[in-house]
Design a protein around this ligand. Structure first.
Ligand code: FEO
Length: 169
């Protein structure tokens, strides 16, 4: 049975994963309506992964005798100036999600909830991969500059980390 503190912080993470999904959908829409169909495909795929992350938390909370809550989500921004800007935002957001996961890990240790601690290890690994993947893309965007965005957009899907490479908890 989850204690209330762990249940609440897992519900906080449900909101953060759901918001991540919506944020990347908003970025996909910006990319799609600005001629970057490759970037849009990347963002739609990423939004789908974030939705799965939210589902993992929902199912875990319910399985452990808690109750998952679907909150109202903050509306993500919809206007960006460049592909580089959106990937800078993605990296900043993923760093925030990493720190959020780390906070839950810390709480599970303080509360001696080793089941939830074990469940979180998949997310710890996933965040390492997500941040590395986005840093790699950002390096490429900076290298190509404005002139070769066509080729970058055509090839970006090949820079995706294989989906769900972290081992399931
Ligand atoms: Fe689910 Fe990208 O963090």
């Amino acid at each position: 049975m989850l204690n209330k503190k762990i249940e609440d912080i897992c519900n906080r993470q449900i909101e953060r994963e759901g918001y991540s999904s919506n944020l990347y959908l908003a970025m996909a829409i910006w990319a799609e309506t600005n001629g970057f169909s490759g970037v849009a495909s990347w963002m739609y795929a990423q939004a789908g992964e974030e939705n799965l992350h939210m589902l993992k938390f929902i199912k875990y909370v319910n399985e452990r005798g808690g109750k998952a809550v679907i909150p109202a989500f903050t509306k993500p921004g919809s206007e960006y100036n460049s592909v580089e800007e959106i990937f800078r935002e993605v990296l900043k957001h993923e760093e925030f999600v990493t720190s959020s996961i780390n906070e839950i890990v810390s709480l599970t240790l303080a509360e001696k909830d080793f089941n939830t601690h074990n469940f979180l290890q998949w997310f710890v690994m996933e965040q390492v991969e997500e941040e590395a993947s986005v840093r790699n893309i950002l390096d490429k965007v900076r290298l190509v500059g404005k002139n070769n965005m066509y080729e970058f957009d055509r090839d970006i899907m090949s820079l995706r980390k294989p989906s769900g490479t972290a081992q399931p908890a």
